[in-house]
Design a protein around this ligand. Sequence first.
Ligand SMILES: Nc1nc2c(c(=O)[nH]1)N[C@H]1C(S)=C(S)[C@@H](COP(=O)(O)O)O[C@H]1N2
Ligand SMILES: [Mo]
Length: 298
Amino acid sequence: MPRRSPSDLRWSDVTPKSLFLSRRHFIGAAGALAFASTARAAEPPGDLTPREAITTYNNFYEFGFDKSDPSKYAGSMTIDPWSVEIAGLVDRPGRYDLADVLKDQPIGEHIYRLRCVEGWSMVIPWLGFPLAGLLNRVGPQSGATFVAFETLARPEEMPGVKRRLLDFPYVEGLRLDEAMNPLTLLATGLYGDPLEKQNGAPLRLVVPWKYGFKSIKSVVKITLTSGQPPTTWQRLQPSEYGFYANVNPGVDHPRWSQASERRIGEGFFAPRRDTLMFNGYAGEVAGLYTGMDLAVNY
Ligand SMILES: Nc1nc2c(c(=O)[nH]1)N[C@H]1C(S)=C(S)[C@@H](COP(=O)(O)O)O[C@H]1N2
Ligand SMILES: [Mo]
């Protein structure tokens, strides 16, 4: 088979849907069974949130405040062509076509819990690759300590941007060692398909041990910096939303407890679940925070 040059590659080509077809059949069957209470033990590991819930219950304020706004309005966002600007303290800065960003990255399935700061959670089968692979390719320089991310902000395609619901563009940041952790992904798909626009197509960050707002969608710029970058929610309300935003059942939000969560898709009468330290990923990430007071660095 002839090899195509990267510029011929489209995003749908590099998301290896065929690899997941057999798996998707399994998930589909188990997902259907999840509604029959006797079948719960037969669910796949990770107790996946139904695809319907993951794609219709969203936060993406560029399209509105309601959970249903992103799936209603994100269709107007143009995602092809798409490029990502890589800037700051890197050896190879530049504007990279999406196909070049994805080229040679090991796109695979990663089933992660997502815990929103609002108190709900999901279990999502992402397609994606470790952000570290991209960072290593562009070459962080020795002074780089943080990574800043920015979302597309196009008023003509995004009603929430037009109405200035937040201070757009939405920006987020990680410490470089957090960004390099193998759990940290750039996601390109879910349930074996390319990402839906409401979930942050064509490329979104996923940081599973942090509250959901750190997982910035539809990324157009990544900048390596020496200082801690501003983040949208910290700028808006610093007493409520910190830079670290690690999931922590022992540190409450000023206006509500973070000790438990409601799992979306389980039904209204399902009991709340205990929220886990670092959203259950302490084994992989607790070492990043040795010696830090997590009540101060919330
Ligand atoms: N650009 C952008 N990214 C964003 C948000 C947003 O409003 N804008 N919301 C965040 C919040 S609060 C959560 S919980 C997750 C939700 O991701 P999902 O809709 O794919 O479940 O996206 C995060 N990423
Ligand atoms: Mo969230």
